[in-house]
Every structure is written in C-alpha cells, then in structure tokens.
Write a protein that binds this ligand. Structure first.
Ligand code: PEP
Ligand code: MN
Length: 337
C-alpha cells in the first residue's frame, strides 16, 4: 500500500500514523519528494482500512498495490485448486457438468431427471430444496424433505448433490450434502460465509448480481479465512441495463478470475439468460472460454415447473448440449496442446 502525504504534513499527526502502522507490524519506507512525501507500507496491509487512512488530514491519497484477499489470491497459491467431491473433482482440467431441476418437486421428479442427466454425461446433480424466491407467495421449495429426495436420487445414480443453503440455522440439515451452494442473494451474508467456512465441505459461491470481481473474491476469502479452502466460484449473470435477458452473462470473468485466483470457475447460463434457447450457445461459449464447469437447469416438464421453467432445458435438449460441451472441452484441450 502506498500513502501519499499532503505537503508539509503536521509532524505530530505523521508520527502518530507511523507509530500506529508500526504497532500493526507494518514496515514503512519513506520517500521524500519535492512536493510530496510517500510512505510505502510493507507487510500484511489486508488488515488496514484504506478509507480510514485516506480520511486523515495529512493524507492526500492511498493506493493498494496488492489485492485485499490472500487465501484466494493466485499470487500466494500459483497452482489451480482442485476440489474433490466423492469420486469426481472440480477443476484441474476436468469438465464438471452440474445439472438438475431448479427446485426439487417430488422424489419421482428428481430421480427421473437425475437418471436422465447422468445418462447424458452430467457429473453432479444440482437441485434446490430451499429456494430464495423474490416473492414470498412463490413456491419456497420442499425444504428438508427436498434434501431427502436429493439423497435418494444420489443413491439411485451415484451423482454427488449440490444444493443451496440459505441460512445458518439450516447447516445441520446439510451434513450429508456434497457441495453447498451459497446463492447470489447471500454472497455478502458474511455471518453465513464465516459459518460455512468452518465446515469440511466444498462451498460454491454464486456471484451477487451487482458484485465486482473483488467483492466476489472477498466472499471467497471469508470462507477460506475461516478454514475451508474448498471454494468454487459460480458466475450466474449480473444486472445491467439490458432487460431482454434475465441477467447479463459475464464470460470475461473466466480469464480475469484465472489471473486473480486459483479457485475453480463454474458458469450458470440458465440464471444468466432466463431463456432456455440461450443456454446452449452460452454454455458452449463458456467451455471455449475456459470454464471448469457448468450449472444447467433441466426439467422433465418445463411448462409446469414450480420454478424457473422458462430457462430449463428438457432432458433431450440437455443430452444434445452435454455432448457438444464434451466435444468443445476436448477440442480446447487439443488446442492448448
Ligand atoms: C439457483 O441456483 O437456483 C438460484 C436461485 O440462483 P441465484 O442465486 O444465482 O439466483
Ligand atoms: Mn433456478
């Protein structure tokens, strides 16, 4: 971090700033220029409140030269993180395909979709038991019973289950879930992030609808700082001025996150577009851009789905797409040499 002082700073205030920084274990390199003095701060500056320093009378400007996240930062962990989930993995050159209904509606529904997506090449079953709905009058999910139906589907297919946790109070119910999803609306629920950081279970964090890359990575940092290093990032579209699609899919996040972090990246073209016919091209684009995997909503009867039918693929359409995705993944691997 670099602190640029105003000209002729008050001596006492400068000494008190320097003492305060040194007490925090920061080493200070001072460079005195003609008009400005610059303090170069070396050490763990992630603990410093940049706004607090910038607000001091003697300070003209403060600039970070290092990102505020450490655990999630590729600089301190150059190797890609590979998250093991039962006998499969996320990251490390594999293509993860998470598929399933937005909401678990019944045992028969989730088991039949799980069998269909498995036969097409899905590697994980994704379905919601606790649903964060914009309206309190919409279907809220089957809750604990939905989790039981997901476990039955896992038993029948062998597919690990990915499902959303909405609240700290639900944690005990998620003991036997393979990957916990933290939804877009909860991306900055810091208490929840700290609690799932204490679990020995992979956590997939969906990007908040107006979150910057840094805010998203700071959410990952919350989980990792609490001890859990198995974090997966999921882009699900952000809010922009465009209203044709439900959200705007930010595929640029893939190369950007690759540079900034070692964590695996999953792309969700279903929630990003809200339209089933847009899922196929964007899923293929995501694989071409280097995603570690996809999250795709599949429903046996989208017209009657209790949630997100318009963006759900029928099993036949998913089958065609899954085959394309594997081809694209192999093609990209060959291109990379
Ligand atoms: C979901 O994955 O079903 C969901 C509600 O997604 P998001 O949190 O991205 O809106
Ligand atoms: Mn959904």
């Amino acid at each position: 971090m670099i602190v640029i002082l105003k000209s002729n700073p008050n001596r006492e205030q400068l000494e008190s700033l320097i003492n305060w920084l040194q007490e925090k274990g920061i080493t200070i390199h001072t460079s005195i220029g003609e008009s400005h003095t610059i303090l170069g701060l070396v050490g763990d500056t992630s603990q410093l409140d940049i706004d607090l320093i910038a607000a001091l009378d003697i300070v003209d400007d403060v600039k970070r030269v290092q990102e505020p996240y450490k655990n999630a930062n590729r600089k301190f962990h150059p190797e890609d993180t590979v998250v093991k989930v039962r006998d499969t993995q996320i990251g490390g050159g594999t293509l993860t395909i998470m598929a399933g209904p937005c909401s678990v509606e019944s045992e028969e529904q989730v088991v039949s979709i799980a069998k269909a997506v498995k036969a097409s090449g899905a590697t994980m079953l994704r379905g919601g038991a606790f649903k964060p709905r914009t309206s309190p009058y919409s279907f809220q999910g089957l809750g604990a019973q939905g989790l039981e139906f997901l476990k039955v589907a896992r038993q029948e297919t062998g597919l690990p289950i990915v499902t959303e946790l909405m609240d700290i109070s639900q944690i005990p119910l998620f003991d036997d879930v393979d990957v916990i999803q933290i939804g877009a609306r909860n991306m900055q629920n810091f208490n929840l992030l700290k609690e799932v950081g204490k679990l020995d279970k992979p956590i997939m964090i969906k990007r908040g609808m107006s979150a910057t890359y840094e805010e998203w990575l700071m959410s990952a940092e919350y989980v990792m700082a609490s001890g859990n290093q198995d974090v997966i990032l999921c882009e699900r579209g952000i809010r922009t001025f465009e209203s044709y699609t439900r959200n705007t899919l930010d595929l640029a996040c893939i190369p950007v996150l690759r540079k900034l972090t070692h964590l695996p990246i999953i792309i969700d073209p279903s929630h990003a577009t809200g339209k089933s016919w847009l899922v196929d091209p964007l899923a293929v684009g995501a694989v071409a851009t280097g995603a570690d995997g996809l999250l795709i909503e599949v429903h046996n009867d989208p017209a009657h789905a209790l949630c997100d039918g318009a963006q759900s693929l029928k099993p036949e359409a998913f089958d065609t797409l899954a085959k394309k995705l594997l081809k694209m993944h192999n093609f990209c691997a060959a291109l990379e040499g």
